[in-house]
Structures are given as C-alpha cells and as structure tokens.
Design a protein around this ligand. Structure first.
Ligand SMILES: Cc1cc2nc3c(=O)[nH]c(=O)nc-3n(C[C@H](O)[C@H](O)[C@H](O)COP(=O)(O)OP(=O)(O)OC[C@H]3O[C@@H](n4cnc5c(N)ncnc54)[C@H](O)[C@@H]3O)c2cc1C
Length: 372
C-alpha cells in the first residue's frame, strides 16, 4: 500500500525537501505538493527584482521543474482546512488530498488586522505574485502620470526599507514620476537591527529624498487617504503594506495547536505539538522552545532537518532534533547595487556587500536550477 507524503506550500523549506527527495526517493511513498503558485519567489532577491537587477527566472524557483525532477506531483491549488479524521487537506481549486504524513510551509502575509480598509485600498507585499503584478502597473502609471504619484510604504522593517529603495531606484531608472513616504510605528527604521545599520539606512533614504515618518501608526484607510493616529490625514496614490507577519486562520480552525498569533506550534523536530505526523517550517511555524524572527534565512535552514524528519516519520524512526542558529546574518539591499550587512552589533556596507549578497543568492538559486 503506497503511503502519501503531502506538502502544502512551495516555500523556502519545501523546495529543499523536494530537491533532497529527488536525490533519494523513498520506495513506496508518493509525494504531492499543493501550491497555488508555479514559481516560488526567493525573498533574498525580490528587492533586486523590483529594482530591475534580476529577471523573473533569476529569482523564482520553477516548481514544475523541481517537482518533475524529483518525481513529486504538483497540484495547482491552495489548501484550506485540514480534516484530520479523514486525513485529507481540503483544496480550494482541486479535490481533497490525502496524507499519511503532512508538512506545511505556506509562509505569512503582512499584518492587516486592526487596519480597516487596508485590504481594499493598497496592496500587500505578499502574496508576492499579486504584488509583482501590481508593481508592473504602478511602474507604468508613474510613467504616464501628469504629476508625481505619492507612493507610501507602511512598515519600516528590513523588507519595507528594501522595497521602497528598490521601487525608487526602478522608477528613477524608468524616468517615472513618483515621490515616496516610508511609515514606521516605532522610533527608528529597521527596529531590530543595530544602530549602525539604522543610521546607514536613514542616510540612504534621506539621500533618496524619501520622506520618513516614525512613531506613526496608520489607523484606517479610505480611498486615497490614510488616517493616522492623532487624526492627521495623509493623501496617497499607492499604498504598499509591509507590516510584519500574520498567519492565516485555517491552521487554528483545523484544530492544530498554534501560538498566540496563529502560527503552527512545533517542537524541536519541527513536528506539530498537537498532531504527530504533521510538520511545519518557515514563517508559518513557531518553534515554541526556540522562537526566531520570521525570516527566509530560518526557513531555508529548516529545509534539511525537515527533509530528514519527514523521511524518518515515514519510516517510523526516531526524529532528529533541530536547534536553529541564535543569530542570522542579514544582507539588506539599498536599491542601487549597494547593501548593508547586519550581524549582531556589526554593520558593514558598500558595493562589495551587494556583490557578496549577490554571490550567496545566485548560488542558492543555482541549486534549484541545476535540478530543473
Ligand atoms: C520584500 C521582502 C524581502 C525579504 N528579504 C528577505 C531577506 O533578504 N532575507 C530573509 O531572510 N528574509 C527576507 N524576507 C522574509 C521572507 O520573505 C520570509 O521569511 C520567507 O519567504 C519565508 O519563507 P517560507 O518558506 O515560510 O514561505 P514563502 O517563501 O512565503 O512561501 C510560502 C508559499 O506557500 C504558498 N501558500 C500560501 N498559502 C498557501 C495555501 N493555503 N496552500 C498552499 N500554498 C500556500 C505561497 O504561495 C508561497 O509560495 C523578505 C520579505 C519580503 C516581503
């Protein structure tokens, strides 16, 4: 009787699971990936794609090719509820998918809760495919606009800063017309990074004539207007939400144990605390005894131990323990081919940091291209 390994979401951890499966398939196991996207964007290169440094194929993993190479069936759909009594995942655009062992790597989306109007006006940076479609339209609009468009990015963490600098770089290159505002609700941009990194980016955004609004909370959105805490109104033509990481409702409503924010609670084996045989990795997972920020670095690092433990679970063997690194190197790009390295208290910057980042990122992508 063949056994079913079901993978939901083609995120950074699962692409490595699939690649490794292709190198050593497990006899008698059929593997299925459920993914609404046929291309996984590699987050490290996304700002470079927005800025125009990379083409689509350079920074997207072709799931069709990777799955075909590994003998994995790709189902083009998103998954919703999990029915644990029937042991199936309900799919929105496909029949229910059965599983013996289940793994979830579906990422996160910007936090829009408590922001009335945010889902109607403006666009969230994730799902990435929708954002990129919108970005293409915005670039066009900036070229034909009779006056400069006012583009507002809400969220001044690393992703928000990278996105606004990348957009500014590209629109300038296109000779488009736009002015930019970056809004953060804390006292500094890049709040979790050392002061040296914050200061370097403050200088860069100011040199780019980007207006920065700190300690500024958006309370409500209507057509063309942000209502800020304190009552101020800010007019915009485009607003982009890059506001942290939120979880979908379906893991919790399916009965999986989650943390307070709705992310799937997993142990040191990346296995659900409530459901043995169910695994999760990347942003959607919360390692309850070793919490880490939601970042692609951790999702990538979880790929190999997840692959190993899925195999062990299928064989009924003892699972491996995984301990994530305590610190991660962040290489944050600044629109032009320039980047800042942030590691613990350290800050280093220059065109050489961008070249270093580019080497790491292209080597990462090469792994999946070679499989294609
Ligand atoms: C602009 C930007 C730049 C960033 N830069 C960096 C960086 O340089 N370094 C870094 O470490 N992190 C970076 N991040 C953070 C990084 O994007 C995330 O931490 C990372 O993508 C998480 O990977 P993941 O595997 O959890 O999910 P993802 O890579 O988000 O993949 C999840 C996949 O699951 C699919 N999916 C979603 N819902 C379902 C469903 N219901 N059913 C089936 N499939 C589903 C999605 O379509 C998606 O393809 C950046 C984020 C942004 C927005």
């Amino acid at each position: 009787m063949p056994r079913n390994l079901l993978l939901i979401g083609g995120g950074h951890s699962h692409v490595e699971v699939i690649r490794r499966w292709g190198l050593a398939p497990e006899p008698g196991v059929s593997v299925t990936l459920v993914s609404p996207d046929r291309h996984t964007p590699y987050s490290g290169m996304l700002p470079g794609y927005i800025a125009g440094h990379y083409g689509f194929d350079e920074c997207h993993i072709d799931l069709d090719a990777v799955c075909m190479q590994a003998g994995v069936t790709l189902i083009g759909s998103s998954a919703g509820e999990i029915d644990f009594s029937a042991r199936v995942a309900r799919c929105c655009q496909a029949p229910d998918q059965p599983f013996d062992i289940l793994s979830i790597d579906t990422g996160s989306t910007p936090v829009l809760a408590n922001l009335p109007g945010a889902d109607r006006y403006g666009i969230a940076v994730k799902p990435v495919a929708q954002f990129l479609e919108h970005w293409a339209q915005l670039r066009e609009a900036a070229q034909t606009a009779p006056r400069p468009l006012h583009v507002v990015v809400v969220g001044a963490g690393a992703a928000g800063v990278e996105v606004i600098l990348a957009m500014k770089h590209r629109i300038d290159f296109d000779k488009g017309r736009a002015v930019f505002t970056l809004i953060g609700d804390g006292p500094a941009i890049l709040g979790v990074h050392p002061r040296g990194v914050q200061q370097r980016f403050m200088t860069i955004v100011q040199d780019q004539q980007i207006t920065v609004r700190l300690d500024t909370a958006v309370e409500r959105v209507s057509a063309g207007t942000l209502l800020l805490r304190g009552g101020e109104k800010l007019a915009f033509d485009e607003v982009i939400w890059v506001t942290g990481a939120a979880a979908p409702a379906w893991p919790r409503t399916s009965g999986l144990q989650t943390d307070a924010a709705g992310f799937i609670a997993v142990d040191k084996h990346l296995q659900s605390l409530s459901h043995p045989g169910v695994f999760a990795a990347g942003d959607i997972a919360s390692m309850m005894d070793a919490p880490r920020p939601k970042s692609g670095v951790y999702a990538v690092r979880q790929g190999p131990p997840l692959a190993e433990n899925l195999r062990k679970a299928l064989r009924g063997e003892t699972l491996l323990e995984y301990r994530p690194q305590t610190r991660a190197l962040a290489l944050i790009s600044a629109g032009d081919r320039y980047a800042v390295a942030s590691y613990g208290p350290l800050a280093l910057s220059g065109a050489w940091v961008w070249r270093w980042k580019n080497r790491i990122d292209t080597a990462f992508m090469q792994r999946y291209r070679a499989a294609g």
